[in-house]
Design a protein around this ligand. Structure first.
Ligand SMILES: [Zn+2]
Ligand SMILES: [Zn+2]
Length: 236
């Protein structure tokens, strides 16, 4: 009997378009984890938003605030917005609402992800980044080089342009399957401490969050791909 498979041997990413690369299933799944062009809702962008919200939320619990911790997400004064419709860039916070009313599109924000001031008065500007080392275009490269590149990209984007003072800027780097950079682990420990919980409480919650979003991105990519295949089979 012929072997049947419910999954096509090759797939193209709907997000990347009809002319994009044809992947085998393993590469397709690996691509899906990091593709920012997949339909919104379940892609690496929603994972990024959820991760940022996680850190901001633990810095904003009633207990953390009662001890004097303050967190702002996104930091209004360190952000600018751009408009896809009219092409205007560097729109300051005070003009966002007016511009929204004029162009009637959601504006894209530029700037670090959040700012936290801890009870001892130290203030950090954070930018979250997800490093997808197994993605097909990164796979042949050294992880340490990729990390270094990500870090210096962020620094030149925000610090070198004077957007944030150097000493306070922290890149919160996470490997897409849950590995944590030292900066990230240090932050999780700080947040656990001000919340009087063990760091494993935060680590567990964070790893579930990452894997849930990874799974959702892959499902999203498969569904979109299957829908297109189905449409192409229907009589015209
Ligand atoms: Zn894609
Ligand atoms: Zn506009």
């Amino acid at each position: 009997m012929a072997r049947s498979s419910r999954v096509a041997p090759k797939a193209q990413c709907i997000g990347c378009g009809d002319d994009s690369r044809v992947y085998d299933q393993v590469d397709f799944v690996l691509h899906a984890h990091g593709c920012g062009k997949l339909p919104t809702g379940n892609n690496c962008r929603s994972k990024h938003e959820a991760a940022v919200a996680f850190f901001h939320r633990w810095a904003s619990t009633p207990l953390a605030r009662s001890k004097g911790t303050e967190s702002e997400c996104p930091p209004k004064l360190l952000s600018t917005w751009g408009c896809r419709k009219c092409g205007r860039e560097n729109i300051p916070y005070e003009e966002v609402r007016r511009h929204n009313n004029e162009c009637k599109v959601a504006l894209d924000r530029q700037g670090p992800d959040w700012v936290t001031t801890f009870p001892d008065g130290s203030r950090y500007v954070y930018d979250y980044t997800d490093l997808h080392v197994t993605c097909p275009s990164y796979r042949s490269r050294k992880v340490a080089t990729l990390v270094e590149e990500k870090m210096s990209d962020k620094r030149s984007k925000y610090v070198a342009t004077g957007m944030v003072p150097h000493s306070e800027f922290v890149v919160v780097l996470v490997y897409s399957y849950g590995g944590l950079h030292d900066n990230t682990l240090k932050l999780i420990k700080q947040l656990a401490k001000i919340n009087d919980v063990h760091a494993t409480v935060l680590l567990k919650e964070f790893s579930v969050l990452l894997q849930r979003h990874n799974g959702a991105a892959v499902l999203n990519a498969h569904r979109a791909s299957a829908r297109r295949a189905e449409r192409s089979l229907l009589p015209k």
